[in-house]
Design a protein around this ligand. Structure first.
Ligand SMILES: Cc1cc2nc3c(=O)[nH]c(=O)nc-3n(C[C@H](O)[C@H](O)[C@H](O)COP(=O)(O)OP(=O)(O)OC[C@H]3O[C@@H](n4cnc5c(N)ncnc54)[C@H](O)[C@@H]3O)c2cc1C
Length: 419
């Protein structure tokens, strides 16, 4: 089948951001890598707002220059809206050492750019091939593939398999590793538009996260190609309370919120309204003998803080490094070095996501006065620096840190009322 190698050091399932970065990490370490992708690129995926930590990880994988050549819109801040209250978290106000900007990226172009960059470094990427099965032995695996164009079947022997298959979660399903999600299943309705009225200057590239009185939140993510991604996230019952098609429901919600209504007054959709439901996934184990899962093929929480691609790159980089060390003969304690490490990082965002939907974060974000140290800590997390031990929210426990911030905000508000 298509001159497919009979064996490889590492077989990667999926060539999204996790697959491309894991592949680049491993070929740079001298390994033969075959990445098998069932789609043909470019293909549409959601997940368009990156965090500064992504740039750091892409630089490590030798892929940042390729992105810089695409002229994506720089993202310097996340701006949150609640009626007439607003809070701009600028990544420059983050902690020392954090990267301070990122990009807003149309994902078809971004994923294509990453995969082309990974190929240039030596990753053997094959499109239109689907992984159907994998049989693991102590020293590797036999992976069964199907050519989606010709219908032919083939097998490849791999010393290590890295599952980067995103929401398809190939190994989690084959090995029955799904755990029940602990975050409520929500829906997203979204589209791309042209003609939104953007802020001028550096703020043009901000992501807007807008709270709607009906309990939903709205994302606005502008691109350098003149298009803008616009989406609403809510419980399905919220959408069901509006009448008409998916398009009608999306636009009714957008027009009800004054900040969005102003910004989108002249905007026209250029994409059919898309609908997604229930994305939170939890995997019992991120590794086993001869395999690991990275990116959305493992855990994914929620889109609210645009952390999906960052976690995909963080886990893919680490899994690629550890797999490489193991293939060179080192004994790796994957429980600590991979699962434990990633769980610490994921836990910070899990706390943030839960605090967002509980309303605690908006009490901190939109407080008229708040401690500067709190702004720095929050900026660092929103930049994706979830392992920075300089941040009290990371070092001393995120929930306890948020509780201290809430107390600090209450104290400052009481003092302001007394003054
Ligand atoms: C509503 C919503 C909004 C989001 N917004 C953001 C955002 O603003 N910023 C952000 O960072 N993240 C966001 N995300 C998350 C983001 O989409 C993902 O985290 C990111 O795409 C994960 O990358 P990945 O490489 O793990 O998987 P993917 O990008 O999904 O890539 C997986 C690849 O594997 C391939 N594949 C699947 N099965 C097989 C198989 N059997 N054989 C071969 N190939 C296979 C697929 O075709 C695909 O190309 C959002 C998610 C949702 C649901």
């Amino acid at each position: 089948m298509r001159d497919l190698p009979a064996q490889t050091d590492v077989l990667i399932i999926g060539a999204g951001p996790a697959g491309a970065v894991a592949g680049a990490t491993l070929v740079r370490d001298g390994f033969q890598v075959l990445a098998v992708e069932k789609a043909w690129f470019p293909r549409h995926v959601i997940g368009e707002s990156l965090l500064p930590r992504c740039n750091e990880l892409l630089a490590q994988a030798g892929l940042l220059e390729a992105l810089q050549s695409r002229n994506y819109l720089p993202k310097h801040a996340a701006t949150f809206y609640l009626g007439d209250r607003t809070q701009r978290f600028c990544f420059r106000d983050s902690l020392p050492g954090d990267w301070v900007s990122s990009f807003q990226v149309p994902r078809d172009d971004f994923d294509q750019t990453l995969v082309t960059g990974a190929r240039k470094q030596g990753v053997d990427v094959r499109f239109g091939l689907e992984v159907r099965d994998a049989a693991f032995r102590g020293d590797g695996a036999t992976v069964a593939l199907s050519d989606l164009e010709t219908g032919e079947a083939a097998t490849v022997e791999a010393r290590f398999v890295l599952d980067c298959s995103g929401p398809a979660r190939v190994l989690s399903r084959l090995l029955a590793m799904d755990e029940p999600a602990d975050i409520l299943a929500r829906s997203a309705y979204y589209t791309h538009v042209e003609g939104d009225l953007r802020p001028e200057g550096e703020a043009e590239g901000d992501i807007w996260v807008v709270l709607h009185p009906n309990g939903s939140w709205i994302w606005i993510i502008p691109f350098s190609n003149g298009r803008t991604s616009v989406g609403v996230v809510a419980e399905q019952a919220t959408f069901d309370a509006y009448e008409g098609s998916d398009h009608d429901r999306l636009w009714a919600i957008l027009r009800e919120e004054p900040n969005c209504a102003r910004r989108l007054a002249k905007a026209e959709p250029v994409m059919k309204t898309q609908r997604l439901h229930g994305w939170t996934t939890i995997t019992r184990k991120l590794h086993g003998p001869g395999w690991a899962v990275a990116g959305n093929a493992g855990d994914f929480l929620d889109p609210v803080f645009s952390s999906g691609v960052m976690f995909a790159l963080e886990s893919a980089t680490l899994a690629g490094q550890l797999a490489g060390r193991q293939l060179k003969g080192e004994t790796i304690d994957w429980d600590t070095a991979y699962d434990g490490h990633m769980q610490k990082a994921i836990e910070v965002f899990r706390t943030f996501v839960k605090a967002w939907y509980a309303g605690d974060l908006s009490r901190i974000f939109f407080a008229a006065v708040k401690p500067q140290a709190a702004v720095r800590s929050v900026c660092s997390i929103l930049g994706g620096n979830v392992l920075n031990q300089e941040n009290p929210l990371v070092r001393d426990g995120c929930r306890a840190g948020l509780d201290r911030m809430l107390e600090g905000v209450a104290r400052l508000e009481a003092a302001a009322r007394r003054a």
